[in-house]
Design a protein around this ligand. Structure first.
Ligand code: PHE
Length: 370
């Protein structure tokens, strides 16, 4: 009997003396663990005679239950004390100033895109989009690039590996394939296609997006942004194209001083075709518009070729219109004076901090956009 009372007294003292949860765990293992003192006692019960077991059994079980309860109670006590200590030590001082926070900036391309969308929206243009990964039909064939025609080579196309169907997809070299998608889907709403809805004529849409060409120098990057414009109606002519682009340019640059010139050009999908340049000064490491003797080409355009209309299911004797493709990044570089287009996509946060825009700036009076 004394051995049991002594053991209980020792264990109870050890539990009370445990100063933290880890020390208490050591006591628990020494008593109730696999070869703990109480566990060893329980094991001896098998060797006792029935009489002895009747007598000692309840005593040993009682000891085990009281020690288990004592450990649980001490554990709750210790945990509460530990929590109290942490709460006292880790108090948050709400009067401290917050740590400095780095503000993100809006990339100039996205700023310029918003400005352009606002101006064209004001002129009544809707918005359409198409996929970056295109097929040969939409990027070239439907746009009147004959198969194997050298004009396909001019585009420095990034081709994807051939797929199981023997087809090679490509990264679109311009946003013009979306002209095809808009016109086709306008004809047949059931045609599978990427954009949500096409439009039956009259059509007036802009199509912003990324385009890709294997080309890189100060005024070319392998990926850049274009905005396609497409207007189809019954009596549209070249004069509408020129007016639209001149009005857009003046509004975009927020000045009438900007000088543009239209040069005859060739695109397989427009006839006649032109390119538009903006006069600028590129000497001295930055670009200034409205002065100097340099010209920067910012867009191609023209009257949509009758074959393209026919390829998209429109009757060229009934419908005609113009299209243009503007370089968004170039327009931004011109407006905000960035000398090298490659910096735009170098992902240098210092560059972005310098040239980027605040997401919270005051609305721009020219566009009504912030
Ligand atoms: N897709 C042409 C390019 O990328 C631009 C263009 C668009 C020309 C629409 C005419 C009409 O160069």
């Amino acid at each position: 009997m004394t051995d049991l009372s002594q053991l209980e007294a020792d264990l109870t003292a050890a539990v009370a003396a445990a100063g933290d949860v880890a020390a208490l765990e050591t006591v628990r293992v020494s008593a109730l663990g696999k070869s703990g003192s109480v566990s060893e006692l329980l094991k001896t019960m098998g060797q006792l005679s029935p009489d002895e077991r009747r007598e000692r059994g309840p005593l040993i079980n009682g000891l085990r239950d009281r020690i288990t309860a004592a450990i649980a109670a001490r554990k709750a006590e210790l945990e509460a004390a530990e929590l109290e200590a942490r709460l006292a030590a880790e108090r948050v001082d709400l009067t401290l100033p917050p740590p400095p926070e780095r503000r993100g900036r809006v990339h100039p391309t996205m700023q310029v895109l918003d400005e352009m969308i606002a101006i064209f929206a004001d002129m009544g243009f809707g918005l359409a989009e198409g996929p970056d990964i295109e097929d040969d039909f939409h990027n070239f064939t439907a746009l009147n690039f004959p198969p194997k025609h050298p004009a396909r080579e001019m585009h420095d196309t990034f081709w994807l590996p051939q797929n199981e169907a023997g087809e090679r997809k490509l990264l679109r070299t311009h946003t013009s394939p979306v002209q095809v998608r808009v016109m086709q889907q306008g004809q047949n709403k059931k045609l599978p296609g990427w954009i949500a809805q096409g439009q039956a004529p009259p059509i007036r849409v802009i199509v912003p997006g990324r385009v890709y060409r294997s080309d890189s120098d100060a005024t070319h990057t392998p990926m850049f942004h274009q905005m396609e414009g497409l207007v189809i109606d019954r009596n549209i002519h070249m004069g509408h194209l020129k007016w639209t682009l001149d009005a857009f340019t003046r509004r975009f640059f927020e000045t009438d001083a900007v000088v543009t010139r239209f040069r005859p050009h060739h695109f397989p999908f427009t006839e006649p075709s032109c390119e538009m340049d903006v006069q600028c000064d590129r000497s001295g490491g930055s670009i200034k518009i409205g002065e100097g003797s340099d010209w920067l080409e910012i867009l191609g355009g023209g009257m949509v070729h009758p074959k393209v209309l026919a390829n998209c299911g429109l009757d060229p004797d009934e419908w005609q219109g113009f299209a243009f493709g503007l370089g968004i990044d170039r327009l931004g570089a011109l407006k905000y004076g960035m000398p090298d287009l490659r910096d735009m996509f170098a992902s240098d946060v210092r560059w972005l901090e310098h040239w980027g825009f605040s997401a919270f700036q005051a609305p721009n009076p020219a566009t009504g956009l912030s």
